[in-house]
Design a protein around this ligand. Structure first.
Ligand SMILES: [Zn+2]
Length: 365
């Protein structure tokens, strides 16, 4: 039996919830974590049709990219589409899980899937994220330092890019006096002790912080561990929004437009004026990614493909590149397969289906 919690844990080991944007609401939104999963239906959006499709097909989890609950819900009376979807999910015992900006942020995520579908190669993240790293400083008796660093490395501390076991330490003298009620591993109640210590420095990614804290408490000899967590502004090249890469060969503009329309199944798209007759370097961001435009220009992209570009934003292309709006659903459609493939690889023991409901609410004629 696979529980809903096991499914959530698997999704979050791939796309940690710590990576979601501040405004987001990713994760398990409706449903009992202890429920046994009978099947998963994957879609971009939750609609009543998608929930009924899941019920018909024997799936009690609907996994989507967009969260159905985004703002606070104050009543459940069926007045809005959001309320009706939540009520339908509860009535039919269907759990709703959203993998949103956390899946936008990982390598191999939403924008990677779009780039790969369009044949864009050598993809790298366009806007590396910041504020996802901590420095951990721990004071440890010298003779216990090695054991502690091994325990913290095992929990994920000290990983920087393609390096692990990264660590720095300085020796010094620590003092402490255990007071009444303390249970010190060394020293005497009421007397000040002086100990040769090392201060160990580790970098810890945000999603590993809880595990590293636990490992530190388990492995450290002191009853009270002297340590500090310091939030870092350093960026992470492995986590971020949008991607940039190259087509295998330069493509004439008209051919590129036809290629994008064919691959994404769009009848029409919008773009700013053509800049160069040939294109090769392509920046992409699935969904509403227009704020990444300065990054796309700095990355010397010929074209920046995203969605939800409003009129005035097209002026910002400034002959540097072509901004192209292919539609929100259209730019994220490959996320359905991306999510389904991940769950199938992890759990071969229940059905993982992709929706046959077209949830795109925007029609182009
Ligand atoms: Zn979206």
């Amino acid at each position: 039996m696979i529980t809903c919690q096991t499914l959530c844990d698997a999704l979050e080991s791939w796309a940690p919830l710590e990576f979601q944007a501040d405004y987001d609401n990713a994760g398990l939104l409706v449903g009992d974590p202890s429920m046994a999963v009978t099947g998963v239906l994957v879609a971009l959006d939750v609609t009543e049709e998608v929930i009924l499709e899941a019920v018909e097909k024997g799936c009690n989890v609907v996994l989507t990219h967009h969260p159905i609950i985004f703002k606070g819900l104050k009543r459940l009376t069926g007045r809005t589409e959001v309320e009706r979807c939540v009520m339908a999910a509860l009535q039919h015992g269907v759990a709703l899980y959203a993998a949103h900006t956390n899946v936008d942020s990982i390598e191999g995520g939403v924008s990677h899937a779009l780039g790969t579908a369009l044949g864009v190669q050598d993809l790298r993240i366009l806007e590396p994220r910041t504020s996802l790293l901590y420095a951990l400083h721990v004071h440890t008796p010298s003779d216990a330092a090695e054991q502690l660093s091994e325990a913290l490395f095992a929990a994920g501390a000290g990983r920087i890019g393609a390096y692990d076991a990264c660590h720095f330490s300085v020796s010094g003298t620590g003092t402490f006096r255990p007071l009444t009620g303390a249970n010190p591993s060394e020293g005497v109640i009421g007397e000040r002790s002086t100990v040769q210590e090392v201060q160990q420095h580790f970098v810890v990614s945000k999603e590993k912080r809880a595990a590293v804290q636990q490992a530190m408490e388990n492995a450290h000899p002191y009853e009270v561990v002297a340590h500090s967590w310091i939030a870092l502004e350093n960026s992470r090249s492995d986590v971020g929004y949008g991607v940039v890469g190259q087509l295998a060969n330069p493509m004439p503009w008209d051919e590129f437009v036809a290629h994008v329309k064919a691959v994404l199944g769009v009848r029409a798209l919008r773009h700013s004026p053509r800049v160069r007759p040939m294109v090769q370097r392509i920046a992409l961001c699935g969904g509403a990614g227009v704020d990444l435009l300065p990054r796309a220009i700095a990355a010397k992209a010929d074209v920046f493909i995203t969605a939800d570009i409003t009129y005035h934003r097209y002026f910002e292309a400034k002959n540097a590149l072509v901004m192209m709006d292919v539609g929100h659903w259209e730019s994220e459609q490959h996320t359905i397969q991306l999510l389904a493939d991940y769950i199938r690889r992890k759990f071969p023991n229940f059905a993982v289906l992709t929706t046959t409901s077209l949830t795109n609410p925007m029609i182009t004629v």
